[in-house]
Design a protein around this ligand. Structure first.
Ligand code: BG6
Length: 303
């Protein structure tokens, strides 16, 4: 968005009446509000962040904290923040923003397209003088989110510079759950993971994962589908992906939630993050002119 373009300006340019409008959301930040045949949803220009997806006839799938700060330059707590070009702390630079800088930037709205009962919203951001202070590379990053009976998020990185670079990326999806104590995560049995709560020690997952303590694990070599089975809401959320080799599972649990200013003290009970990523040893190397696209494909069903 140009600094002078308001939500109303963007709506005149891109809005599709009855399907997707650009309006002011929380903190008066511009967002696209989707009310298409197959789903409703929301996507903010701040961080190109999807904050809501409700397939037709189903309940909200994503969690957003009631304590989230809604301001330019601040990451939204919940939804699907995009972590890029690094994940977690930047190696060798502890003062750099955690999870990269794109989640706290205002992106450009590029298009809204209706396709039957689905809507695809594209937003983009690129390297500039500010980002070069934190990361020297020239890049263009596009997030395409399709809201339908399936939610598809495609994150496409292009190297627009003259030299190769290496980057990490995560679609840091916060799933809303009825009760974290009744959540099971299936599809990680026999997978090696780095336990960030235990000095990054490598461990082996045995059986289904349940969350009964702070959990911050990077599962390696996980290109396959993972299911989140929510016993309280009686639904299964299926997370499939393309060109993603790592999966992060995160829940801050009690002590960390209390320490986080933008998360309610008890909200840890209401979400689990299952993140579609390429991080750690799965970081992507891109030569000048090359593109890489990573997709998360999310479905829900009654269970
Ligand atoms: C997870 C990381 O993906 O995100 C955790 O693995 C981190 O280590 C969490 O605490 C939340 O990060 P942030 O920067 O949004 O508070």
């Amino acid at each position: 968005m140009g600094a002078h373009e308001t939500a109303a300006d963007l709506d005149r340019k891109f809005g599709v009446p009855g399907v997707a409008r650009v309006v002011e959301g929380n903190g008066r930040l511009p967002k696209v509000a989707v009310t298409a045949g197959n789903a409703s949803g929301e996507m903010y220009l701040l961080g190109a962040e999807v904050t809501s997806w409700k397939p037709q006839g189903a309940e909200e799938v994503l969690f957003v904290s009631a304590a989230s700060k809604w301001a330019d330059g601040k990451a939204i707590r919940g939804g699907v923040p995009i972590c890029c070009p690094w994940f977690g702390n930047k190696a060798g630079d502890p003062k750099a923003p955690a999870h990269g800088f794109v989640r706290a930037k205002a992106w450009q709205l590029e298009s809204i397209e209706k396709n039957g009962g689905d809507v695809t919203i594209s937003m983009a951001t690129a390297g500039d003088a500010e980002t070069r202070k934190l990361w020297p590379s020239d890049f263009r990053l596009v997030q395409r989110a399709t809201f339908g009976s399936v939610l598809v998020m495609e994150l496409e990185m292009t190297n627009t510079g003259q030299s190769s670079f290496r980057f990490e990326a995560a679609l840091h999806t916060y799933f809303r759950v009825g009760d974290i104590a009744q959540v099971r995560i299936r599809g990680l049995d026999g997978i090696r993971y780095l336990d960030k709560t235990d000095g990054n020690r490598e461990k082996l997952q045995k059986g289904e994962l349940t969350i009964g303590t702070e959990t911050d694990s990077v599962y390696l070599d996980t290109a396959h589908t993972v299911d989140l089975i929510d016993g309280a809401l009686r639904r299964t959320i299926e997370v499939s992906k393309e060109n993603s080799r790592s999966t992060v599972v995160w829940n801050p649990w009690i002590v960390k939630s209390k320490a986080m200013a933008d998360l309610g003290d008890d909200e840890w009970k209401q979400f689990a993050c299952v993140e579609t990523c390429n991080v750690a040893g799965h970081a992507i190397e891109l030569a000048p002119g090359q593109k890489h696209s990573m997709k998360a494909i999310i479905r829900t069903s009654r269970s």
